[in-house]
Write a protein that binds this ligand. Structure first.
Ligand SMILES: Cc1cc2nc3c(=O)[nH]c(=O)nc-3n(C[C@H](O)[C@H](O)[C@H](O)COP(=O)(O)OP(=O)(O)OC[C@H]3O[C@@H](n4cnc5c(N)ncnc54)[C@H](O)[C@@H]3O)c2cc1C
Ligand code: FES
Length: 498
């Protein structure tokens, strides 16, 4: 299935050269999503020698597969932050996130392709059991000083509300891919050295050297802006990893206009409109699932089905999926960790704004300005009481999955008869490997053991990838890394069994 997002399909391509040298710099940013690109721009403007290495293209990670919404609250709810922490922390969160949105607005002034639009966020329930959630969120936002009101209906074109409708004014939306491409161009103009197709294959954190297939960078500081930090980091044990699915349809006759529309509940969707290149789209993003332990194609089709029923849009034009990393206590992890690198992760589905908060905070810290919010978000914080329940529940599920995986034997008999498009986990010569036969008949066989910390990978038929349920590393059928903390590819096997 083609999983290009509407953002990547409709934005101009970036076009930065691959790293082809051994270079030195003050700061290396690994990752060309919103976090890395914003940081590169800010550091270049400070006059620092900055290098940015991106494994694929600028925006090709989660940023170019998001939904492009910018809001002061969080998708789990400010009420959740207020109850885990307190109202003061909730207010800090709102202040930081509002400032980041204002910063993004400023960057978009000279970039019409980013389609930055101020709009309300509308949160509502379709079942009486979700009414309380709407009211708690309204109260938490009001206590944090936000302009929030109640309405009794949602704009025409959306599934009707059954209870209170909360409206948070002055939020925003943008075209995230067009935004980061333009920011990267400006960073390069300001002196940053930006390289695409330059995957870091080896990271020597002690000597601060990152090596790609065609060069290396020795840096004074390394910032891992890779969504989940590469290698072994303590935060991996504290985060849960989920995939979420989105579909962009041609808009139907009803158009609710600019707004972030969140409908709570099990089937709840995040809905928004987009006008781009003379076309009007309606975008629906749906419930998330833990990475590697569900049927991705079925999950995406479920979103498409529900959205088609309730929105009556035109035909689906783009379908995609992306991953989020949720911290144990509701706040992101930003700052230096035990490896000596600076990291920025745990953004949940709120990282266009959190990534901007992180980049601005790290740039300020590197300029010697202490940022109290960054202290709070320190990756080394110890706050088990603020998030233990969710994490424990998810970890139980993960451990159960792993035990089942290692007790279940492979399917030896299936390999020789593996049809084009089929995959299997196979035991052979005392080893377990992951096999996939491509549509053209080529057989790929790689070790099924994740190179991060040794969990067993699972097949994702929608995105043709092997996904690890433990910390979210994902691999192509040939074993190369797509995303997640793993650095090394899955070991390729000679597929003499084909
Ligand atoms: C379906 C979905 C919808 C979302 N919608 C929203 C939204 O509406 N609003 C919002 O605020 N947030 C949203 N988010 C979250 C948000 O998109 C992310 O948190 C944010 O984009 C993260 O940005 P980033 O720069 O940190 O990471 P990324 O954008 O993932 O960038 C990391 C980059 O690092 C690169 N990389 C990885 N490994 C290496 C390596 N070894 N060498 C070199 N480069 C490497 C990757 O290729 C990638 O481009 C959504 C998330 C999902 C899953
Ligand atoms: S991602 Fe950590 S073990 Fe696979």
């Amino acid at each position: 299935m083609d999983t290009t997002s509407v953002w990547r399909a409709t934005a101009p391509g970036p076009g930065f050269a691959m790293l082809q040298d051994d270079v030195q710099c003050d700061v290396l940013a690994v990752g060309g999503g919103i976090t890395g690109v914003t940081l590169a721009l800010l550091l270049a403007e400070q006059g620092r020698r900055v290098v940015l290495l991106e494994a694929g293209e600028i925006g090709s990670g989660t940023t170019g597969h998001s939904t492009g919404n910018l809001y002061a609250t969080t998708s789990q709810g400010l009420s959740e932050i207020a109850s885990r922490w307190d109202d003061d922390v909730a207010r800090e969160v709102v202040t930081q996130r509002k400032a980041a949105i204002d910063f993004i607005e400023l960057q978009c002034r000279a970039n019409p392709l980013a389609v930055f639009t101020r709009c309300p966020l509308v949160l509502y329930a379709r079942e009486a059991s979700d009414d309380r959630g709407v009211e708690e969120e309204r109260q938490a936002l009001a206590r944090a000083g936000c302009l929030v009101r109640l309405d009794d209906r949602v704009p025409a074109g959306l599934p009707a509300a059954r209870g209170p409708v909360m409206v948070l004014e002055d939020q925003a939306q943008l075209q995230p891919q067009a935004y980061v491409v333009e920011l990267a161009r400006r960073a390069a103009k300001a002196g940053a050295s930006i390289h695409e197709h330059s995957r870091v294959l080896d990271l020597d954190t002690r000597n601060r050297v990152a090596t790609t297939a065609t060069g290396s960078v020795k840096a004074g500081e390394i910032v891992l802006a890779t969504h989940s930090p590469k290698g072994f980091h303590l935060v991996h044990a504290e985060m849960t990893v989920h995939r979420e699915y989105a579909v962009a349809f041609e808009a139907g006759a009803q158009d609710p206009g600019a707004g972030i529309f969140w409908w709570l509940g099990e089937e709840g969707l995040s809905i928004r409109m987009l006008g781009q290149g003379g076309k009007r789209y309606v975008i629906a993003a749906g419930p998330e699932h833990k990475t590697g332990v569900h049927n991705a194609k079925a999950s995406l089709l479920a979103v498409e089905h529900v959205a088609t029923q309730v929105l009556q849009p035109g035909p689906p034009l783009y379908r995609w999926s992306a991953q989020n990393y949720r911290s144990h206590d509701g706040l992101p992890y930003i700052g230096r960790d035990h490896t000596g690198c600076l990291i920025a992760t745990g953004f949940s589905t709120d990282g266009l704004t959190w990534g901007t908060v992180a980049a601005r905070g790290i740039a300020a810290e590197l300029a010697g300005q202490a940022d109290p919010f960054l202290q709070r978000c320190s990756p080394g914080r110890f706050t088990p009481a603020k998030g233990a329940r969710t994490l424990a529940e998810e970890n139980v599920a993960t451990v159960r999955t792993l035990v089942e995986d290692w007790l279940t034997h492979g399917q030896q008999e299936q390999l020789s008869s593996l049809a084009p498009g089929d995959s299997a986990i196979v035991d052979s010569e005392g080893e377990t490997f992951a096999a996939y036969r491509a549509r053209d008949g080529e057989l790929f066989a790689v070790s099924a053991v994740c190179t991060h910390l040794g969990c067993k990978v699972r097949w994702n038929s929608m995105e043709t990838s092997w996904d690890c349920p433990c910390h979210g590393s994902r691999f192509r059928p040939d074993g190369t890394v797509i995303e997640g903390p793993a650095i090394a590819a899955l070991r390729r096997k000679q597929a003499q069994l084909g």
